[in-house]
Design a protein around this ligand. Structure first.
Ligand SMILES: [Zn+2]
Length: 249
């Protein structure tokens, strides 16, 4: 249950995610990996990545999709999905190549809904996926944002049944309207409007089983370098972003 997005800011592109989980999961710092291309990976302990950006400036951020239809559980869906994410980032030099891997791999392997945004420095593609129907929304300026609701594809939960997702998306949209600096994005990811609780972007579950933001990450894609800023294993309001850099190809 996350808040994700891409923001175009002149010559710089920002890609971000607040990762919210119901149980405490210890997550590693970003690391540099090498596939066909070098990339900065936010690794998943079981394999695959949950966020990444490569030396060609192709980045990926993703979020669970809540839908009205209930899908049968797919064994190892999480592992399959995060290995597709890694395949996209390890092997794409253009957004077109990234889209091709995404669309063919999801259709072939995934039987549950999902939502991701992939981007280069000029264009972002938000992919809303169910096994029966998929849609790609493309944007070349401003921001493209998601919480856990589809915005284009039918089948999203209505507001009353998923108020957290609707409120976090609306708040992110409001805060990032015309405001596109790194500081604006950090401020958004630490925001407590409608909370601090389950409805705020910096999410604070009251009970142990309630979703809490456990990781915050921002990729800054520039002409010559890529920086990842991250706060690991705590709420972003309670930490300072650390930085790791990768040179562009
Ligand atoms: Zn907070």
């Amino acid at each position: 249950m996350c808040t994700i997005g891409v923001v175009f800011s002149g010559d710089v592109t920002y890609v971000f995610k607040n990762r919210d989980l119901p149980e405490t999961v210890k997550m590693d710092s970003p690391e540099i990996r090498k596939g066909k291309y070098k990339y900065l990976a936010l690794p998943r302990p079981k394999g695959g990545i949950w966020f990444g950006v490569n030396e060609n400036g192709i980045a990926l951020t993703a979020s669970d999709a809540h839908t009205t239809k209930t899908y049968p559980e797919q064994k190892n869906a999480g592992d399959l999905i995060t290995s597709i994410y890694e395949n996209i980032i390890a092997n794409s030099s253009t957004l077109k190549e990234a889209e091709k891997i995404m669309v063919t791999s999801f259709k072939k392997q995934i039987k549950v809904p999902d939502m991701l945004i992939i981007t280069d420095s000029k264009k972002a593609s938000a992919y809303e996926y169910t096994p029966e129907k998929q849609i790609i929304q493309r944007k070349t300026k401003g921001a493209i944002l998601r919480a856990n609701s589809f915005l284009v594809l039918e089948g999203a939960l209505e507001r009353i049944k998923d108020s957290s997702s609707h409120l976090r998306h609306e708040r992110a949209k409001q805060m990032l309207s015309g405001k596109t600096s790194l500081a604006d994005i950090k401020k958004t990811l630490r925001d407590h409007k409608n909370g601090p609780a389950e409805n705020s972007i910096c999410r604070h579950g009251k009970e142990e089983s309630e979703y809490t933001t456990q990781y915050s990450v921002i990729a800054e894609i520039k002409d010559k370098t890529i920086n990842i800023y991250y706060i690991a294993n705590k709420n972003p309001c309670a930490g300072t972003y650390k930085k790791i850099t990768l040179k562009r190809a």
